[in-house]
Design a protein around this ligand. Structure first.
Ligand code: FAD
Ligand code: UDP
Length: 366
């Protein structure tokens, strides 16, 4: 008899939702994580009384009422609305691309004027079905927005020219002809009061958790510990990279405590010119309207990923997608293991989508 029904590898959102649901239904679960803390990438830690988003800013947003109600069991959310500012050289623009951006760029007032300006800039480009991010961006917003707010940022972020990137990446950003700086179109949005880690603590309150525990070492000594494994680590590592390594884009965060109350007046400021080496500066206190005497900022530098670095963004090009399919084939034959989450599925998932995926699997499995 195995000691546990489920061994859950990874205490990120996917693992924590699965553990919570499985425990609720009477299963005995063990969660392990190789990091010294729970929460995966949504982890927040207190510095100077401020909840610092250690692995990059995490703002919860969803269009799905069921998911919003689900997550609200675990925390109370504030009314934060993400409204980043972009800095290009010394010019400031509102994001996402909306009437405030267009008015500042072109000195115009009405949506009709903004549309005419974009139409004038795109007409001469003659783009049919966009074949890459550059064409997609130019077709949507014209040359000025592309040159000032997209090109430099995107090339820093992905480390490659915009005409070599898939078009869909830029479609994540809203484009609107209203004066509205809300970065997301979703109906529900906010930051959990007290930080994201609180959510995971609550989800895991009835589950045994062992930290600083890497699966590959652990399983050697405990091969029969559970009937089934839920694996939210990297799928290629699970299969010992037998077909090769899936690629990621990584990030380096430079975090500083500043002896001033309010550094940039906004939680997120993007630096869209190529010359500034970081893509954005996060001032963490503004996610929770903090009034502490000091402030904490993090500069975010995109970097080339190599094995051992933190894998942040999957690089979903044709080569990597084909490689992932081969691993998925192997995964399908492992009836004793469920692969999930962003690393197990090699897919960029927002938090709401990870919860939905975990609930979906829970329903099938339990
Ligand atoms: P993770 O959080 O990565 O958890 C996986 C866990 O598994 C980790 O704790 C890891 O240590 C552990 N693990 C891996 N391998 C092993 C092993 N071998 N042994 C033991 N443990 C292991 N989404 C939003 O909705 N809003 C946002 O604002 C947002 N911002 C983001 C910003 C950045 C920079 C990034 C990269 C993502 C952002 N996301 C955002 C997406 C969000 O991070 C994911 O949806 C979510 O964290 C995925 O949860 P997960 O459980 O799949 O993975
Ligand atoms: N982007 C941009 N300029 C900006 C912000 C974003 O060109 O000021 C582009 C960039 O290509 C990025 C994509 O939009 O990869 C998606 O942006 P998002 O903010 O969703 O990126 P994330 O928060 O996931 O890093």
């Amino acid at each position: 008899m195995a000691e546990f029904n489920f061994l859950i590898v990874g205490s990120g959102l996917f693992g924590a939702v699965f553990a919570h649901e499985a425990s609720q239904k009477g299963n005995k679960c063990l969660v392990i994580d190789k990091r010294p803390h729970i929460g995966g990438n949504i982890y927040t830690e207190q510095v100077e009384g401020i909840n610092v988003h250690k692995y990059g800013a995490h703002i919860f947003h969803t269009a799905d009422k069921v998911i919003w109600e689900y997550i609200n069991q675990f925390a109370e959310f504030n009314n934060y609305i993400n409204s980043p500012v972009a800095v290009y050289n010394n010019e400031l623009y509102n994001l996402p691309f909306n009437m405030n951006t267009f008015s500042k760029l072109w000195g115009i007032k009405t949506p009709a004027e903004a549309k005419a300006k974009i139409a004038e800039q795109t007409a001469e480009l003659n783009i049919g079905e966009p074949q890459n991010l550059e064409e997609q961006a130019l077709k949507l917003v014209g040359t000025d927005v592309y040159e000032k707010l997209i090109k430099g940022y995107t090339e820093k972020q992905w480390g490659c020219p915009c005409n070599k990137l898939p078009a869909f990446i830029i479609k994540r950003l809203p484009l609107r002809f209203r004066y509205d700086n809300n970065y997301f179109n979703d109906r529900y949005q906010g930051i959990p009061i007290g930080g994201n880690t609180k959510i995971i603590e609550k989800m895991l309150e009835k589950t045994e958790v062992r930290l600083d525990t890497d699966y590959f070492e652990f399983i050697k000594d405990n091969p029969n510990i559970a009937e089934k494994t839920v694996f939210t680590g990297a799928i290629d590592e699970f299969f010992e990279y037998c077909f090769g390594t899936l690629e990621y884009r990584s990030l380096r965060f430079e975090t500083e405590i500043l002896d001033e109350e309010n550094h940039q007046g906004c939680a997120v400021v993007n630096y869209t010119d190529r010359e500034v080496p970081y893509t954005r500066i996060i001032e963490h206190k503004h996610f929770e309207f903090g009034t502490q005497p000091k402030t904490v900022i993090s500069r975010e530098y995109p970097i080339k990923w190599k094995q051992g670095d933190e894998p942040y963004y999957p690089v979903n090009n044709d080569k990597n997608n084909a490689l992932y399919e081969k691993y998925r084939g192997l995964a399908e034959n492992r009836k004793d293991v469920i692969f999930g989450g962003r690393l197990g599925s090699y897919k960029y998932f927002d938090m709401d989508k990870v919860i939905a995926a975990a609930l979906d699997i829970t329903e099938k499995e339990l």
